[in-house]
Ligand binder design. Structure first.
Ligand SMILES: [Zn+2]
Length: 507
C-alpha cells in the first residue's frame, strides 16, 4: 500500500502561518487568520443551548440532514476546506460538501460557530477496560500486566466485559471518536466474546472488533482451558460479521507470544478474510527481531497494523513499509509506561504515515486531542533537540494538519476503512463531528486546524454523527440512560474488585 507523502513547506498556504496545504482551486477556501473569524458569523449564542432546540434525531425520521453554515475541514484534498459551507447527509452517507446547498426536505443542523470535520479514528483501544479507568495512574507496563491483565482480567465476567466495552465506546463517541478498533483480549470464554460485541453494538460506535486472546493469572493464556482463541474467529465471521456493509468489522488481535502462536492466529484471521493488528517493538521484549522471523515465514502483508513499534530495528521498519503495513502510535502511554520512545520521526523517515491510538484508559485520557498534541510536541521537541545539537540537516517539523490527518484518514487506513470514512467526501459514510468554536478555550477563531489541534478538548465536541445517525447533540449523548449506566458501572466495579480480591478503596 502506498503511503502519502508529507506536505512540504513549499506547497503551504501563502499566509505562512496556518500550515494549510495549497490546493490551488479558487472555490476552496482556506482558514487563515482573521478571514476565518469574519466568515463564521456569530449567529447563535456562546453556549450550545440554541442548537439543542433544533436537534433532529437524524436516523429516526429518515429525512436527509443538512449541516448548514459550518467551517468545514473536509480533509479530502480534492475537496478542500471552506470557511463556510454545508454538508448534506442522505441515509448513512455524505452526498454533498459545498457552499449553499439547497435541500428543502432536509432536517437542518445549524453549524454556525462550529468546525465540521470527519470523526476521529482510533486504531487500538482495549475497551474491556472501560470500567478500570484511572486504575493505574502511576504504573509501568509490568504493573499493568500484573494488575489489569492478570489480576482483574483473569476474573472478568462476561457482564464486566459488556459494561467495559459499552462505557469505553460511549466515551469515545462523546469525545468525537467515531470509529475505534477494540483490541479485545479478554476472551476467557465465548460468552466473553459475545458480551464485548453486544456492548459495542449497543453504543452505536463504528467499531472494528479485533478478536484476541484470553487472560489468566500467569499471563500464559495458551495453558488455559475453556477458551477458543483463535479458532472462534470463524464463528464470529459467520454469526456477526458476514456482511462488509455494516457498522462493525472484524479483525484479529494477534497475541504477544511465541512466533508459532502468532502465526497460528495470522492463519486463522486470513482463513476468514480478517485483517490483523499486533503489538510489536515494546520495551526490551520488542528487541527480538520478531518481524524478521515472521517475514521468514512470509507472514507480513498489507493487511496488518503494527502497534507501538518503539524498539523495532531498521530491518523491521523497512519490512513494514515494503509489505504495505500500517502502524498505530499510542504516544502518551508509550512515554508513560516504558514502551520506548514513540517512533513518530522514525515512521516519517521510513515513509509511513502513522495512525494514533489511546490504548489503555487505565492510565490515558480517552480523547484524541491529547493524542494529537502528544505526537505533535514530541516530534517538534526531537527536531529542536537535533538543531540545538548542531544537526545541519534536521527533519522538517510536523504541521498541525498532518497531525489531524494522523487522527482521521490515517486511522481509517489502518482500520481498513479508508474507502468508507476518514474524510468528508461525497459517497463516504457520514461520520461527522461538529466542534464548537465559540467556547472560551478557543474563541475567537483564527486558524481552524490550529484550533482543533492546539486548543480544543472534549468540551468542544458539540455534535457527533455516525453513519448518518445523530449520536451526540448540543454536547449531550443522544438516547443514553445515564441512571442505568451509573448503576451498571457501579455494580460491575463492585463485582470485579470482589472477584479479583482487590481492596475497594477509591482514594
Ligand atoms: Zn495495547
Amino acid at each position: 500500500m502506498a503511503h502519502l507523502p508529507s506536505f512540504g513547506s513549499a506547497s503551504s498556504c501563502p499566509c505562512g502561518a496556518c500550515g494549510s496545504p495549497r490546493l490551488g482551486v479558487s472555490r476552496r477556501q482556506f482558514l487563515c487568520s482573521a478571514a476565518a473569524s469574519a466568515a463564521v458569523a456569530p449567529a447563535l449564542g456562546a453556549s450550545g443551548a440554541a442548537l439543542a432546540q433544533q436537534a433532529p434525531r437524524g436516523a429516526a425520521s429518515g429525512r436527509p440532514i443538512l449541516i448548514k453554515g459550518g467551517c468545514v475541514l473536509s480533509l479530502d484534498r480534492a475537496i478542500g476546506d471552506f470557511e463556510q459551507a454545508d454538508v448534506l447527509v442522505e441515509g448513512t452517507k455524505i452526498s454533498a460538501v459545498r457552499a449553499n446547498i439547497s435541500a428543502p426536505d432536509a432536517e437542518v443542523i445549524e453549524a454556525a460557530n462550529t468546525i465540521v470535520m470527519p470523526g476521529f479514528v482510533d486504531t487500538h483501544r482495549h475497551m474491556w477496560q472501560g470500567i478500570l479507568r484511572s486504575v493505574l495512574p502511576d504504573g509501568s507496563l509490568d504493573d499493568y500486566r500484573q494488575l489489569v491483565q492478570r489480576t482483574f482480567g483473569a476474573k472478568y465476567t462476561p457482564d464486566d466485559v459488556y459494561v467495559g466495552d459499552l462505557f469505553s465506546a460511549l466515551g469515545a463517541i462523546d469525545t468525537g471518536v467515531t470509529c475505534v478498533l477494540d483490541w479485545s483480549h479478554i476472551h476467557n470464554t465465548p460468552d466473553h466474546t459475545d458480551a464485548a460485541i453486544k456492548g459495542l453494538a449497543e453504543s452505536g460506535v463504528r467499531a472494528v472488533f479485533a478478536y484476541g486472546n484470553p487472560q489468566n493469572e500467569t499471563g500464559r493464556f495458551w495453558e488455559m482451558k475453556g477458551h477458543k482463541f483463535p479458532d472462534d474467529i470463524a464463528r464470529l465471521r459467520k454469526q456477526y460479521f458476514s456482511s462488509e456493509d455494516q457498522l462493525m468489522t472484524l479483525y484479529m488481535a494477534a497475541p504477544s507470544a511465541a512466533p508459532e502462536l502468532i502465526l497460528q492466529s495470522f492463519k486463522a484471521a486470513r482463513d476468514v478474510g480478517a485483517r490483523i493488528s499486533i503489538h510489536v517493538g515494546v520495551g526490551q521484549f520488542g528487541r527480538s527481531a520478531l518481524l524478521e522471523k515472521l517475514h521468514a515465514e512470509k507472514a507480513l502483508r498489507a493487511d496488518t497494523t503494527y502497534i507501538h513499534c518503539c524498539t523495532l530495528n531498521d530491518t523491521e521498519w523497512n519490512l513494514i513499509r515494503d509489505t504495505g503495513g500500517t502502524i498505530s502510535i499510542a504516544g502518551y502511554v508509550e512515554m508513560l509506561m516504558g514502551h520506548g520512545n514513540p517512533p513518530v520521526q522514525k515512521a516519517i523517515d521510513t515513509g509511513i504515515r502513522p495512525s494514533l491510538s489511546v490504548d489503555v484508559e487505565t492510565s490515558v485520557p480517552n480523547d484524541f486531542f491529547q493524542q494529537m498534541r502528544t505526537v505533535f510536541s514530541l516530534q517538534k521537541n526531537e527536531v529542536w533537540a537535533r538543531r540545538l545539537a548542531g544537526d545541519k540537516n534536521p527533519p522538517k517539523f510536523l504541521t498541525v494538519r498532518e497531525v489531524l490527518e494522523f487522527g482521521t484518514i490515517e486511522g481509517a487506513r489502518a482500520n481498513g476503512l479508508e474507502r468508507k470514512i476518514g474524510t468528508l467526501s461525497p459517497g463516504k459514510e457520514a461520520d461527522i463531528i461538529l466542534l464548537r468554536t465559540d467556547l472560551i478555550n478557543v474563541m475567537p477563531l483564527n486558524n481552524a486546524v490550529g484550533a482543533v489541534v492546539t486548543s480544543m478538548g472534549p468540551q468542544n465536541v458539540d455534535t457527533v454523527l455516525i453513519g448518518g445517525k445523530v449520536m451526540k447533540r448540543a454536547g449531550q449523548l443522544v438516547g443514553v440512560d445515564f441512571a442505568r449506566l451509573t448503576r451498571l458501572g457501579n455494580e460491575a466495579r463492585e463485582r470485579l474488585y470482589s472477584n479479583a480480591n482487590v481492596p475497594r478503596s477509591r482514594v
